[in-house]
Ligand binder design. Structure first.
Ligand code: WTA
Length: 664
């Protein structure tokens, strides 16, 4: 048994002064990959013999036609599994109906009020088939776009899988987005149908999703039908149902499907490997969000293979990814990755501190979670809430921990490791992006030691490097840009409706390589240390926010002349958002106006993008050519009293002195 050796010895001996953590012999014994050599052999094979590697690793997926060629590319465009056909939902559902997985739980759901629901693979398949037929009867066809604006309920996953089954492209819009943000995303992808719910539970309150959707729907001409799940019940989340457009989810499923739709749902069509699967909007360096497009086979292959290896899936595991389905982590590691592996996933609806900060740990004890995948921002909040909360629950079922979304500071790593993992559980720190579709960097938990703060080594087929501006690879420990030198199966194929921006944003920095937007270094052992974004994207509490998005939201307010958003280090959120605002003539810089501007950001984007502080200023520091010098603003926001960098291009030095004097 793990606990047989004195705990302190085992922690200290495995977490040496040089900060390397070796998995225990017991963990290794049962691991899928259990030595650095085995990892290296697999990695090498994935690069040298990709056909053989991917054939073997994706043999369980429900291919209808095998591929003729593994890849084909003319950069920046790439195709994978050329010639293959499949239906993604079949790989996630139907293929498990002939194995023991049929009667095993696919999803174990816990609602915020405490209600629970388990769906076996058989039941999940049945629900998806019912919704597929119903959506087909509503007129949804292959290639149509369907928007999903829901909370963390099983129906969100069911809706995604039903779209995949029809071949419709889903676009899940995070439930924290405002009506305006929802409207813009629906219009950008021209969705035909919207699936939403009356409301979602959040910290005991109801987020009125349908009401918010109604505001968006005033400006979305392409939406023909709205399907509304009753999650809360009429009393606390009243809904106005628009005749002819809106239908309750339950009523829709109650209708008898047409024979044709039912036949399609039961035996869904096969689609080309490159058939679009979903669009997910994410932030970039301009005000307009990017519609990252993922296609079928390559995306699924990436999610499938990484889920199995990174989480080292074993029979009997209960795997819990705490991300929201509205972000890519929820797509790849709640829905497509785990389900295509026949895993059992826990899905929790609400906040981590409701009704008290022990909720996560109670969930782990109640259900017997074995693998926990969460974000550093959550870990830092748990640290703040105190060790007493996890101490109240039995966490001995845990065997593996994961982290994603931002760099994990070594303090948070160590706390996670000791207080949650009791020194027993390896931590996989996974680096990836909405655009990469699946995990690119980590340490396979039974194979390689991990180092707190490092995202480890490349995964299969990932040719990744840290380079200088001229493209030359950096020396060990030298900082540079993180780039991926070759296309990989789960990479985004383009940005929806804007291929030019796809080329510009990712493939124009250096010829022939994909630029991640992150800065990093690689140490003498080949381990990657990701520093964070070096473009105009911030990572606030694990949410990716473009500074330009915030700025364009602010300048759309009638009082604002100009705005500059920057990040400052924050103990809890990783980065906090600070905005500098200049007002139009005649506007007074009052407290009330600050409150109004905050509300305005809530409305334009959503509450999660609220600036931590808004600072009024008469002028922003600019270069002589008129570019805002964000580097200086960043320094000022972080409280620096002196300017480190070069100010020779600054137009008016007195602006800096003034900004510092005005510091809050
Ligand atoms: C950051 C989330 C350090 C990074 C899956 C990346 C990380 C951006 C890590 C993508 C990590 C993600 N360590 N930084 N383990 N994981 N990031 O698209 O800056 O929401 O570019 O995808 O998050 O954020 P996105």
């Amino acid at each position: 048994m793990e606990g047989a050796e004195p705990m302190s010895d085992s922690i200290e001996s495995r977490l040496k002064e040089d900060r390397k953590f070796e998995p225990s012999a017991e963990f290794k014994k049962a691991a899928l990959v259990s030595s650095p050599e085995a990892y290296e052999a697999l990695y090498k094979r994935s690069l040298d013999e990709p056909e053989a590697f991917w054939k073997e690793e994706t043999k369980d997926l429900a291919w209808r036609t095998p591929w003729k060629k593994f890849h084909e590319w003319e950069l920046p465009h790439a195709k994978f599994f050329v010639g293959a056909t499949l239906n993604v939902s079949e790989s996630c559902l139907d293929r498990h109906l002939t194995t023991n997985a049929r009667t095993t739980a696919a999803l174990i759901f816990e609602g915020e009020p405490g209600d629970t629901r388990t769906l076996t693979y058989f039941e999940l398949h049945r629900e998806v088939v019912r919704l597929t037929a119903a959506l087909a009867d509503l007129g949804v066809k292959a290639g149509d776009r369907v928007a999903i604006y829901m909370g963390m309920v099983p129906e969100a996953a069911i809706a995604m899988l039903a779209c995949a089954r029809i071949g419709a492209t889903h676009s899940v819009i995070f439930g924290g987005f405002s009506s305006d943000a929802l409207r813009d995303r629906i219009n950008d992808c021209q969705a035909k149908v919207l699936l939403t719910q009356d409301g979602a539970w959040r910290r005991g309150n109801v987020v009125p999703l349908k009401k918010m959707a109604d505001v968006a729907l005033e400006g979305t001409p392409t939406i023909e039908k709205v399907v509304v799940l009753k999650r809360i019940g009429r009393e606390s989340a009243p809904c106005e149902m628009k005749e002819g457009r809106d239908v309750w989810y339950e009523d829709l499923l109650g209708r008898t499907p047409s024979a044709e739709s039912l036949a399609l749902a039961k035996k869904p069509p096969a689609f080309d490997a490159e058939h679009p699967l979903f669009i997910l909007y994410t932030s970039g360096s301009t005000g307009k969000p990017k519609g990252v497009l993922h296609t079928s086979a390559g995306y699924l292959a990436g999610a499938h293979v990484t889920t199995r290896y990174v989480f080292d899936l074993r029979d009997g595991d209960l795997y819990w990814c705490t991300a929201d389905v509205g972000w890519v982590t929820g797509h790849s590691y709640i829905v497509y990755g785990p389900l295509s592996n026949g895993a059992t996933c826990l899905m929790y609806e609400g906040a981590p501190n409701f009704p008290d900060p022990g909720r996560f740990w109670q969930i782990i004890e109640r259900h017997g979670v074995t693998v926990l995948y969460t974000a550093p921002t959550a870990i830092r909040a748990f640290i703040r809430w105190g060790d007493d909360w996890p101490a109240k629950s039995d966490l001995s079922s845990l065997r593996l921990l994961g982290s994603v979304g931002e760099p994990i500071n070594p303090e948070a790593w160590t706390w996670y490791h000791k207080v949650i993992g009791k020194g027993r559980c390896p931590i996989v720190d996974t680096w990836w992006q909405t655009e990469t579709g699946s995990i690119m960097l980590t340490t396979l938990p039974g194979a390689c030691h991990s180092k707190p703060g490092s995202t480890g080594l490349p995964l299969f087929g990932v040719d990744i490097a840290v380079v200088k501006d001229d493209g030359a690879e950096c020396k060990a420990n030298e900082g540079g840009k993180l780039v991926i030198r070759k296309p990989w199966p789960s990479m985004t194929r383009t940005l929806w409706g804007d291929d030019e921006r796809f080329k510009q944003a990712y493939w124009s920095q250096m010829p022939g390589v994909y630029f991640t937007g992150d800065g990093a270094r690689r140490d003498e052992d080949g381990y990657f240390w990701v520093v964070g974004r070096i473009d105009d994207v911030l990572n606030v509490a694990g949410h990716r926010i473009g500074t330009a998005e915030i700025e364009s939201a602010l300048v759309s307010h009638p009082a604002v002349a100009e705005a500059a958003a920057v990040g400052k280090p924050d103990e809890l959120k990783g980065q906090a958002l600070v905005v500098f605002v200049t007002l139009k003539g005649g506007q007074e810089p009052t407290k009330e106006l600050k409150a109004k501007l905050t509300e305005h950001v809530d409305k334009e984007i959503g509450k999660f993008a609220r600036p931590e502080s808004i600072r009024f200023t008469d002028a922003l520091p600019k270069t002589r050519s008129g570019k805002i010098m964000r580097r200086l603003l960043k320094e000022i926001a972080s409280g620096a009293t002196e300017t480190k960098g070069d100010t020779s291009t600054l137009e008016d030095l007195s602006v800096l002195a003034k900004l510092r004097a005005d510091e809050e």
